[in-house]
Ligand binder design. Structure first.
Ligand code: ADP
Length: 288
């Protein structure tokens, strides 16, 4: 397996690469990760079982799409491929450092620029992709409320039902979330999984990684940054300076985060199920 990866890196970089050091990197939930180096040049390697290689090809595609807008840095894709039993993705290795207030502000501004510059004709994505390891459907749609309530909320509820977990009548929940998304959204390229664990800083500034991209309401990215505790204030100041949020965001963010809580329930169960239920109870109290 390692030989195939060495060969792919050598071909992609036009420089012979032989692994001398291999250090596991922890922190991800889905893939195995390593820092690999020939003693001179380090790379970040993500590995998954061959049956899950589509997760890595979806990530490769999304990282490349994000980088085309040149608004916000992402790890450069070196190469990707498969060995007999594994899928792999090799990325530029980033030496992460702590974010300063200036870097957090820059992250907000750059994300807002991405959202504004990437406006597209429809909601969706060129392919279905993954949120964590859960399939994320992305059929093109001109109707955001329908897209989100059906392809995000309804889809997750359906998967939960197949596992014997129910939050109530799926059609009624889809309808309620549809009704709560009461604003005219524009399709922007969103990271799609923008929690603190997928944000870092190099000496040059902010970097976002591990995306679950699609064209959606830009508010989904901001909402997710608030799901597990807010980011520093400078981030929101920077974002709002470039692209202020619409009225009603404070309600919609709970609808958008309900999706991630349902997905976490699907992936990890336990406490997330209780949090998802709390969120659904809160949504029912909102009257639009
Ligand atoms: P997973 O897909 O399994 O969730 P991530 O892409 O989130 O994995 O990566 C796991 C961890 O590896 C991250 O939390 C981060 O600390 C580190 N990491 C991610 N990308 C890079 C990179 N390009 N260079 C160095 N470290 C990275």
């Amino acid at each position: 397996m390692w030989h195939a990866i060495e060969q792919a890196i050598s071909e992609a970089t036009n420089t012979s690469f032989t692994i001398q050091q291999k250090t596991p990197v922890h922190g991800g939930d889905i893939n195995l990760a390593f820092e690999i180096s020939d003693g001179k040049q380090p790379y970040f390697l993500k590995l998954n079982h061959k049956d899950n290689k589509k997760l890595l090809s979806a990530e490769t595609f999304a990282l490349k799409q994000l980088s085309t807008f040149k608004c916000i840095a992402t790890p450069k894709v070196i190469c990707s491929g498969e060995t007999l039993d594994k899928g792999f993705l090799v990325l530029e290795f980033i030496e992460f450092r702590k974010g300063s207030p200036e870097f957090w502000r820059a992250l907000g501004e750059q994300l807002a620029n991405l959202h504004v510059d990437s406006v597209h004709g429809q909601f969706g994505w060129q392919e279905d992709n993954y949120i964590g390891s859960t399939l994320q459907p992305n059929q093109w749609s001109s109707n955001w409320r329908q897209f989100f309530s059906e392809q995000r909320i309804g889809w997750q509820l359906q998967l939960l039902r197949e596992k014997g977990i129910s939050f109530g009548d799926i059609d009624a929940i889809v309808q309620k979330t549809h009704d709560l998304i009461n604003h005219k959204a524009t399709p922007s390229l969103v990271h799609g999984d923008l929690w603190q664990g997928n944000i870092g800083f190099s000496s040059n500034g902010p970097i976002i990684f591990d995306p679950a991209c699609y064209y959606g309401d830009r508010e989904v990215d901001i909402a997710m940054t608030e799901l597990f505790g807010n980011l520093p204030k400078e981030f929101y100041d920077g974002y709002e300076k470039v692209a202020p949020l619409d009225n009603g965001y404070k309600i919609r963010k709970h609808v958008y985060n309900f999706y991630h809580l349902l997905n976490h329930t699907n992936l990890f169960g336990g406490l997330y199920q209780a949090q998802a239920l709390d969120c659904w109870e809160k949504l029912q109290r909102f009257d639009i």
